[in-house]
Design a protein. Structure first.
Length: 308
């Protein structure tokens, strides 16, 4: 079941019985505490079990004689799950090997295709010299900042690249260009497309057709980029986030007894969440492939040669 931010706020208040008329903690404050706990407690917990919950792929066209490319700016922790390179002429994909920067001179001279990190980017070595290559960035997409439900628009009609919406938020510009995300309205509430530029005219948003996701459907949310009107977590984990948020609120308003009670509940919930979230499939075991084995080494060398 989808949990909207309005429902999330109500659930947090219920956990700590905040009077509706109290002035110590606004709904915006509660969402800010929830975002904080999402980043410092929930995301690290989900990452630790390595079940690929937030993994997405972004393709980046390679430019001749350009070696450095930015890591997707919404990747969790500015980290990558994997990086691959595809030769679009032969539809051949290979993993890129990570090298130490001090070894680049040697690697370049021997033609091995790889990369190293430099700040918020990756540098491909040797520098690409053909235009048929595409980088595949695999990374965990950070859940968006939570905002009230009335900050977004809801898809009510789709006509090619023109999307009709209901309840278009005043957070959107009255007309002209706006950068938005499209968010699924079913449990999990993945961001199915992000950082899309749309042009608003009253209750319609016009996109570049190729940018729209195949999964686009009536009922999806359209939000200002990097915001969400729903909790972008498995429903079972949302309960844990509510408890963590309630702990932060109790601390902020000086309810230390309530905080202590909730902290004990959070420990139990975290253990339960880890058991519930892994493994994601119980009927199959993961097959481990030795990509550096002798039987695969020749094939890997051939692929690197094609990209060299």
């Amino acid at each position: 079941m989808t949990v909207t931010t309005d429902e999330f706020i109500a659930n947090v208040k219920r956990r700590i019985t905040i009077p509706a008329s109290q002035a110590l903690m606004s709904d915006t404050d509660i969402l800010a505490h929830g975002d904080h706990q999402m980043r410092v407690r929930v995301l690290p917990m989900i990452k630790s079990i390595r079940q690929e919950f937030f993994v997405v792929k972004k393709n980046q066209a390679v430019t001749i004689n350009k070696a450095e490319y930015k890591i997707p700016h919404r990747a969790v922790g500015r980290t990558l799950r994997d990086i691959k390179m595809t030769d679009t002429t032969g539809n051949i994909t290979t993993d890129l090997v990570q090298y130490a920067e001090e070894d680049i001179g040697y690697i370049s001279n021997n033609g091995g295709r790889g990369f190293y990190f430099r700040g918020d980017g990756v540098v491909i070595v040797p520098t690409p010299n053909v235009s048929t290559l595409t980088l595949e960035f695999w990374y965990e997409l950070r859940p968006s900042r939570m905002v009230p439900v009335d900050y977004v628009a809801v898809v009510s009609g789709i006509a090619s690249n023109v999307i009709t919406c209901t309840n278009v938020s005043t957070q959107f510009p009255a007309s002209g260009a706006v950068t938005v995300d499209i968010i699924d309205n079913y449990q999990g509430n993945s961001t199915t497309a992000y950082d899309l530029v749309a042009t608003r005219s009253v209750n319609t948003l016009t996109f570049t057709l190729a940018d729209l996701p195949d999964s686009l459907a009536v009922g999806n949310y359209i939000a200002i980029a990097d915001t969400s009107p729903v909790v972008q977590l498995p429903e079972e984990v949302t309960v844990f986030l509510e408890t963590l948020t309630a702990i932060r609120v109790c601390h902020a308003i000086g309810d230390f007894e309530g905080k202590q009670i909730l902290e004990a509940e959070a420990m139990i919930e975290e253990a339960a969440m880890k058991l519930m979230l892994q493994p994601r499939i119980t009927g199959e075991t993961q097959k481990i492939i030795n990509r550096d084995g002798l039987l695969r080494r020749g094939r890997s060398s051939l692929r690197r040669g094609l990209f060299g």
